[in-house]
Design a protein around this ligand. Sequence first.
Ligand code: AN7
Length: 345
Amino acid sequence: MTYSGLIQRYRQFLDLPAHTKIVSLLEGNTPLIPMPRLSKELGCELFIKFEGLNPTGSFKDRGMTAAISEALGRGAQTVICASTGNTAASAAAYAARAGLRSIVLIPEGKVAVGKLAGAIAYGAEVIQIQGSFDDALALVVEITQKTPIALVNSINPFRIEGQKTAAFEICDELESAPDWLCLPVGNAGNITAYWMGFKQYQKGLPRLLGVQAAGSAPLVLGHPVEKPETVATAIRIGKPARGEQALEAAHESNGRIIAVSDAEILKAQQILASEGVWVEPASAAGIAGLLAESAVGKFEAKGQKVVAVCTGHGMKDPAIIADSFAAPKSIPATYAALTHLIEQK
Ligand code: AN7
């Protein structure tokens, strides 16, 4: 059967109103990539759910197809979101597809270039806020309470409905839930959606390992972080909207939420790339967490099937790589110069 997007595929499992008018870019249906080398190193059977292969390069497209489809069906004309970047690009693309106006609020100077470029390319009105993501979110909540503009952040329940489908896909592919699911946690919509999805699908429940960046780890510290900082700008969030639900989900699953350093995140990004999967820094947090737990003997790997969700593509944040490496060597366009250089190695 031709794939026609995740709402079509999983409609019976999604709590969407009858007025929903499907707007799809054929999101979802992302690969579950086996990682033989990293599996061996960890001593478990590890797969990457590579969400960077969605239409706009992140998992946000799952929730966005649902939120925009509902908003369009309801007659909304303008949608708005606060974003660390990926939600902005996704909202812009789906709004464009639906013929809606989109406005995105981003924290000034802290959005990776591939995300900002995406939002602009898809035609969003991009507004920088002289503050954090959390400040931007408070503003969009206020404006959507006072005007007919539709909110498409993951506070919107339809976003969560769409995002549940990632859990369904994993269960369909593995024929049951994995033993562990590890993933980054920012505003905490995704971990909430996965847990709802696994519970609903009834093919077993994984233990959840949610991973925050140490400089933006409100759920680990137990209080909001006023000035969150991390190289993983996607999860630079100090006051997660679904924080309580995330903690509950981790607890209920007999899992946990932990924090890892920026250095651990970048190391995990490099390890993944060395096995052919390039993800943006935030997306490497799940693996960074798994490696950290394994290093201190807190992860019993033997016989465990583990899925790490890599939420966004490496191409979203090219500067992270470009800034940390020397420029490629430059040589005259001659065969002699080429062989000379290669033989040096
Ligand atoms: C790559 O785009 O919050 O815990 O505004 O872009 O559901 O927030 C992005 C979050 C993980 C965290 N990985 O997911 C936004 C935004 C990537 C992300 C997360 C985000 P949530």
